[in-house]
Design a binder for this molecule. Structure first.
Ligand code: CAA
Length: 455
């Protein structure tokens, strides 16, 4: 038996601005219900002119350190996962280190390791596993490591991806014997396929996405990873055979959520796959009809076929699905409906949303994670909620932050989206926060980002 390692605490950062999803729909001549009900989104978080993925990550890390009374010498690594890094060479983590040293003193973090990790939206989960393995190996020199997920999800104006934008960061504090979530490394399953569902060429500020295809890739990779997770459970005797249900072993879960309906698609597809060999499946298909045939279709073609989507819609209306969904997934989406996509941060914000909105006792429960990144890869893994988790949850305040934001009109959102506001023209001028204040314009620093903590 190795060391128990995991997540000790988390701190989220949200931009203070948002766009109302209904208002955006009306402006784009889309029925508002398509976004609010069809995609499940109410508000989209929008970064101000002085913000980028680095300032958001620094803000989340600062809050995490302050609320846990940590000093730089307590920290071994600051590893940041993002797919919207402002620089193609310098890691965002080093920019963040520099910002933190404005608070803690120049050179105060010179002992840390500070890499950047990239794998689209699954990057933070990869970074987390790497760092936890490092702590479990005993190679760490300080008690804590921090992994930060930070991203700005941005698509072209008027594109079908536009209603699924958003932005956020979340910093995760990792250590041995954590107070919140203990990792179960032995079950972790991966599913990776070289694909082209979503990418962002380095010269572009917005992603290129094949929307429906990306949904199929998400479901395919998640199934591969879930199968691997289940096989590991069988190998270790938690399940007797592959015919048993893995979902029954998981008490609550969060999925990568580009838009809340996607988490519902994912969970429904998970259950359909998991329940197919159980006695109760017969009763379900008596009610909704048989699952369509896959013959002649690739996995992705099958998942995005009208036949499968119709079958899944019917399944999602059954009381069997509804009761599992309400007890295991629904709370993760309470915050995510009001944020939109935040790529790497999304699944971890879903975890915090569960913790802040559930009143039942979660101690000892198995918390499942379904993390997906385009390109493409999924990770299915799990944690056990620790007995002292309530003490940690008391100091979480994502829900308060959601309530304290300012709504911006569509023309202001478009100005921000298109970079028409200068760094000093923020909608809410920065106060007690890190801000991007200028870009270098000399031959030796052209394009370099200068950040300052503004009091
Ligand atoms: N009222 C209510 N619901 C409506 C409606 C209306 N008037 N009109 C449509 N809907 C429903 C549809 O029925 C559908 O729901 P069901 O599947 O439950 O029936 C839902 O709204 C969505 O409709 P469409 O699939 O037709 O939506 P779309 O194709 O126009 O766009 C999208 C959806 C593909 C996700 C698009 O927003 C997009 O490209 N987003 C960016 C890519 C993305 O998020 N992909 C997700 C997987 S990839 C990933 O996860 C990585 C990542 O973060 C990007």
């Amino acid at each position: 038996m190795g060391k128990t390692v995991g997540i000790d605490d988390m701190a989220a950062y949200l931009p203070k601005l948002y766009v109302d999803a209904e208002e955006l729909a009306k402006e784009r001549n889309i029925p508002p219900s398509k976004i609010t009900k069809g995609l499940g989104l109410e508000k989209l978080a929008i970064p101000d002119a002085h913000e980028d993925a680095a300032t958001m990550a620094a803000m989340a890390t600062l809050e995490l350190m302050e609320k846990n009374d940590l000093s730089p010498k307590d920290i071994d690594f600051i590893e940041i996962a993002t797919e919207t890094s402002p620089d193609a060479s310098k890691p965002i983590s080093c920019y963040v280190q520099g910002m933190l040293e404005q608070i803690y003193g120049r050179g105060s973090f010179d002992h840390v390791g500070a890499p950047e990790t990239k794998f689209a939206c699954v990057g933070a989960t990869y970074a987390l596993i790497d760092r936890l393995a490092y702590i479990a190996s005993g190679w760490n020199k300080a008690e804590y490591s921090i992994v930060v997920a930070t991203d700005i999800a941005r698509y072209r104006l008027n594109s079908s991806g536009e209603p699924t934008q958003g932005a956020a960061a979340i910093a995760l504090l990792l250590k041995e014997n954590p107070r919140l979530l203990a990792y179960e490394p032995e079950f972790t399953g991966f599913g990776t396929i070289d694909d082209r569902d979503f990418f962002r060429p380095v010269e572009s500020k917005t992603a290129v996405v094949d929307g429906q295809y990306s949904i199929g890739c998400y479901l395919r990779d998640m199934r591969i990873a879930a199968d691997a997770y289940k096989r590991n459970m069988v190998k270790l005797g938690v399940l007797k055979s592959l015919r048993e249900s893995v979902v029954e072993k998981i008490n609550l879960a969060a999925f990568h959520t580009p838009f809340p309906k996607m988490a519902q698609y994912a969970f429904a597809s998970f259950l359909i796959h998991d329940w197919r060999s159980l006695p109760k499946w017969k009763k379900i298909i008596e009610k909704i009809g048989p699952e369509p045939s896959r013959e002649g279709l690739s996995d992705v073609e099958f998942y995005i076929s009208e036949e499968y989507k119709n079958f899944r819609r019917k399944f999602m209306k059954t009381e069997e699905f509804q009761s599992e969904y309400k007890s295991k997934i629904e709370n993760s989406l309470i915050a995510l409906r009001q944020i939109g996509n935040s790529y790497t941060a999304s699944v971890w914000l879903g975890v915090e949303s569960h913790f802040e909105t559930r009143n039942d006792d979660l101690a000892g429960k198995r918390f499942g994670i379904g993390s997906y990144g385009s390109g493409s890869s999924a990770i299915v893994c799990s944690f056990i909620v620790q007995p002292e988790y309530k003490e940690v949850v008391k100091k979480m305040d994502l829900m308060r932050k959601l309530d304290e934001r300012q709504r911006i009109p569509i023309d202001v959102y478009e100005d921000l989206h298109e970079g028409r506001l200068k760094l000093h023209e923020s909608v809410i001028p920065p106060k007690n926060e890190f801000a991007l204040v200028s870009f270098g314009n000399k031959s030796y620093d052209c394009g370099y980002r200068y950040y300052r903590y503004i009091t």
